[in-house]
Design a protein around this ligand. Sequence first.
Ligand SMILES: NC(=O)C1=CN([C@@H]2O[C@H](COP(=O)(O)OP(=O)(O)OC[C@H]3O[C@@H](n4cnc5c(N)ncnc54)[C@H](O)[C@@H]3O)[C@@H](O)[C@H]2O)[C@H](O)CC1
Ligand SMILES: [K+]
Length: 501
Amino acid sequence: MSTAHADPLPTALHTAAAVREMDRRSIEEHGIPGYTLMTRAGEASVAALLAHWPLATRISVVCGGGNNAGDGYVIARLLRASGRSVRVGTLAHPGRLAGDAAQAWRDAVAAGVSVATFEAAQLDDAHVIVDALLGTGLERAVTGDWAAAIDAVNAAHARGVAVLAVDIPSGLHADSGAVLGTAVTADLTVSFIGLKLGLFVGDGPGHSGAVVFADLGAPAAVRAAAPVAAERYTGADRGVLLAPRPRAAHKGDHGHVLVVGGDSGYAGAARMTGEAAARVGAGLVSVATRAAHAGAIAAARPELMIRGIEAPDELDPLLARASVLALGPGLGQHAWGRALFEYACGVAQPLVLDADALNLLAQTPRRRTDWVLTPHPGEAARLLGTTTAAIQADRLGSARALVARYGGVAVLKGAGSVVAQADAPPALILAGNPGMGSGGMGDVLTGTIAGLLAQGLAPAAAARLGAWLHATAGDLAAADGGQRGLLATDLLPHLRRLANP
Ligand SMILES: NC(=O)C1=CN([C@@H]2O[C@H](COP(=O)(O)OP(=O)(O)OC[C@H]3O[C@@H](n4cnc5c(N)ncnc54)[C@H](O)[C@@H]3O)[C@@H](O)[C@H]2O)[C@H](O)CC1
Ligand SMILES: [K+]
């Protein structure tokens, strides 16, 4: 049972309602007093604060009017007891506090903590500001004095004052990660009982800073029963999914990816897809593309088998040997691409669809259970008949809607890729960086996922691991030489290394 130390960050992410239910069950069914939970929240916050800023001696706590404030009063009392100079500035009259929060305030005052109406000047000489204004009880956009207080905290933060957010940065919606009016930008967020989804989606990552988790001793049975809104995926199953190969293995054991794409002028897209599939371990890779491209691609990467095709039925000899199709890189939406798309959608093998194959699918919707769609937000908007802004406003919901409409698995690319499937919570991949917004990155992702499918991974596992390998390779490549100028093929050597855990 944990109390004042940080627990390993869980992968399960929850809505505020699910966490409130965990609070309730811990209190009502397991007899843990709410004030005990609040005290443990305070202890965990103080432990995290002192671990991050051991030399801090002047702390300003900004309190609101609910239990988040209650946590703040516990923190203030504990920090004062540890000999530090603490002041509390409150936005709500403490007399309005109720229940555990009122008890926390009384205990803080009895312990000599000074509490005054919040004024920005209180932050001037603080080493650390503790944001205990609003937590999961945020109900509406923050305005007036509360917004001014958040802006004052952010101004101090901009001057270099450290900020710890209690449970969730104030002003950030615990489920959507949306900023309601204005929100605290924290260096560190200490989240309790259940990790809030909003810390990892929308504007959450930009406001939460480092996230520390404390389960407050909530019973494991309570936490295990809580509905999971999404799972953070960190490649933990990579060692199992990409196990070392037996000595007797040969290239026929590791599948055969058939890339279909590369209309005139887009030979590179097909090549990068094929090369990525090979670099994550596909045994054989063929590329069906315009005949004019065959020489260039083969010269660039002789391991790829190139077949120039004009009519779709010329795919048949390649389909006889392929185990997976990667359809769409550089495919175009002209007669050639359309004919290949129609033909390929009917094959027996599982497929990864990207780029123009997705645009063509949006025009002629159909479903399969064994394909992986890899849209960026714009392609997702076309697939769902909505706007890119709507997709971005609810990335989890959009990814789930793609699966509901088209079947299979959907990888919604972008900051924090979402991998959705029909019968499990969406996976969130938090690796990756803005340097990956360059041409060809999507082709490399398509090939990565196809290469994993070819090696026998199920569509959802291939999509999750593929998206993680791709994003992590992008981070490694960016660490090598910077994000600006990061090219898709820079990922390839890193993909190979990551594919050999
Ligand atoms: N046993 C428990 O439940 C524990 C809870 N923990 C902490 O409690 C908060 C959630 O507390 P709650 O009282 O539900 O809500 P808040 O403290 O976030 O604030 C609600 C409070 O603020 C008012 N309010 C809401 N929106 C606004 C706004 N935009 N402007 C002004 N005021 C607003 C609302 O009316 C209420 O009065 C949770 O995050 C944890 O920090 C403990 O950690 C564990 C035990
Ligand atoms: K807060």
